[in-house]
Ligand binder design. Sequence first.
Ligand SMILES: *Cc1c(COP(=O)(O)O)cnc(C)c1O
Length: 345
Amino acid sequence: MTRIDLRSDTVTQPTQGMRRAMAEAIVGDDQYGEDPTVNRLQERVAELLAKEAALFVPSGTMANQTALKTLTRPGDDVIVSEEAHILLHESGASGANSGVQFTVAGKGGLFTLADFLNAYKAPGHVVLPPTTLVTIENTHNRGSGVVFPQDEIVSICAAAKARGVRSLCDGARLFNAATATGLSLSELSRPFDVVTLAFSKGLGCPVGSLVAGRAKDMKRAKRIRRMFGGAMRQSGILAAAGLYALDNHFARLGEDHANAKLIAERLADVRGVKLDLEKIQSNIVIFVLGEGLPDAEDVVARAKAEGVLLNVFGPRRVRAVTHLNVSREECVQAADILARVLEEK
Ligand SMILES: *Cc1c(COP(=O)(O)O)cnc(C)c1O
């Protein structure tokens, strides 16, 4: 029976080569700084992002939460994009762990320098919470994998810096942003104080994220990682998957992007489907069910019955994500099945 899983790029299985690299990893106790494989991944990521240091953590959420706590104090205001992961997908962690509050800027995951300046609140005001951090999600999950324009990032981060506001890139899918733009990871990350990366998304690792930035910030982040329970021991087993993915899976992300595009183009032709093809720049396709079409729950259930798994992203919103465990042929098939499900109503 058909089973094409487009729910997320987190559903991938580690490849044979990755499993072998994990099994053969040389490890040590990372809390003594003695895991050579963790050290190698941290050094390699720091170099790729042109940051002084990087820290390996279990999840992307922990990476973001560690960065957030490193860069803020309770009561601070954080400027964030609409429906950002750190705002909406971390189970309330930002409020619980760091006691910050958010100001949403822009629409659809993107915002401009003008939006940033409009949202910014200077320190020293008796009423307004001081803005101490701006975060940018690149690519943007709920923005359908849209890439944040780099020139805008450069201006926003420069304006932030001029005001003493720190900057954080939620780069869970920065590998996809690099693939989509042709810019290097270091160029994408240069404007930011701190960048987080996830290896359990497009790179296909079972576990692992990193936080990268200045040595001084990463020293503080290391203590926070421990506070959050994310300091590990022989974690080189996991870091080995990351090193393997950098060598073997990063370069293939363009295939996922092409597959997402073909699904999006097929769906855009279906009457009632609202989908902005210009926003489909990476491996995520979010479409809105217009008038005359069933609700998202209904569409996802019907697609599932036909063997295509998707995620409900709102009452009228559905998400499909491509990844290394779905081939081009499967994506063509999934798009056909989806179009049929939608056209049958
Ligand atoms: C997936 C994701 C994360 C981290 O998620 P985990 O499931 O905790 O690894 C962070 N930011 C974005 C934008 C994501 O898509």
